[in-house]
Design a binder for this molecule. Sequence first.
Ligand code: FES
Length: 513
Amino acid sequence: MKRDGATTSLWQHDMPDFVSKTTGMTDTIFDVVIVGGGITGITTGLLLQKAGKKCVVAEAYTLCFGTTGGTTAHLNTFVDTTYAQVKKDFGEDAAQLLAKATQQALDLVKNNVQEYSIDCGYEEKDGYVFSQNPDQTKELQDMLQSSLKAGVEVAQADHIPVPVPFEKAIMYPHQAQFHPAKYVYALAKAFEEAGGVILENCAVTDVADGEILNVQTSIGIISGRQLIYATHIPPGINLLHFRCAPYRSYAMAVKLKDNQYPDGLAYDMYDPYHYYRTQNVEGEKYLIAGGEDHKTAHAANTEACFTKLESYLQHFFAIDHIAFKWSSQYFEPADGLAYIGNLPGNPNNVYVATGYGGNGMTYSHIAAITLSEILLTGDSLYADLFDPGRIKPVAGFTNFVKENADVVAKFFGKRFSESKLPELAGLATGEAKVVKFEGDSVAIYKDDSGRLHAINPVCTHAKCIVAWNTAEKTWDCPCHGARYSADGQVLTGPARLPLELISLEDLIEKGEQ
Ligand code: FES
């Protein structure tokens, strides 16, 4: 199974690519075109197909290529934005509605696992949140009270499943965990058996508005009456690019010497927080731990984030070895809730689901429920709560927008001369960096054979400057999270066009590498 970076997640271990039954393009007019073959796209497609809609999922690469293949797969009845915060910003009714949505999401996963007999290591587990200082303890108390008030089952706990010192803890029962790729593959199979179409290696490049949408893709035109962007962030430039900020999180699957694997899900309360759980894959147990999150392209050395995470874990666990380590991207919503519904600034037959924060497994199912209800009946209980067009004057929103306003720069040159060679002398194979050249920036990558590649580092989405991600060997955009391969090809949107290649002829001819 392929993913959008150089590291390998636990879920990719021994997982072949999904092979769809579809052999070519079809001239059908679909009821719904779903862009993106991750957990949101496939789950939504299955619900709609089963309800009688004729659906197609168009995936630019292969299923689970994006964040679904890099999640740590926690299913929770609480999300990063606490019920106390939701009550403060949106009201008590909203907190209760969110609680209902998270529970319905978890029920949907459980039902899917049962209905399709999915062998994906699904298990219900208790989820523990624990404090480690008086401020966190106060916050934890608020979490407990506000969760109870919202209607979520939770209680004080006198123990936690991880050997980390703590002051107080609370426990949410009936949380869950699973192997996300096995789950999505099984749903994809059910979707196809129900008549749904999956087109892999099918990148959507443009959409022409109309009652019938003409969707231009890398393999031809698809027509559909409605379209859902299940791409983590939609393409184009719209309101949501100013209301979502991309972040990166780091995860490890660890083998322990003492076999003391935690029996439960656990979360500390630092910002960013650490998260823990155990998963059995092909007869092997792994501690999955994650954290060290930062805004995308805002860490000079992303490899160092793994080092920090490992040394933190070493304080508490008898680590035998790190079996897998990987990172993945998520989008923080400005006011704390996901955006699910009509895509602002687009016709009313174009929909989106984004801004899941660190709760992608839960929110993907909330999105599937909400979007399928809206498309089937014209409304959903959750439509207003997650309306992407909502405007909430929440404290911190101004700062959030500023955080998103990274530098915009432009590169005019087309040739990179030998004059900059000394600056590149220290570049090792497989490394890259953005260097200044005559006042402009140039992205330089030295491939494994030692060959230099020069690329215009101006993101093709809205002209921010990309940064090199050392761990994943990708160019990441700090503004709206577009990601490119080392040679500039689009890995994940919102960009649709590759980074511009710059001629290195002069340099290569002089054999200066
Ligand atoms: Fe928007 Fe790069 S993703 S400018």
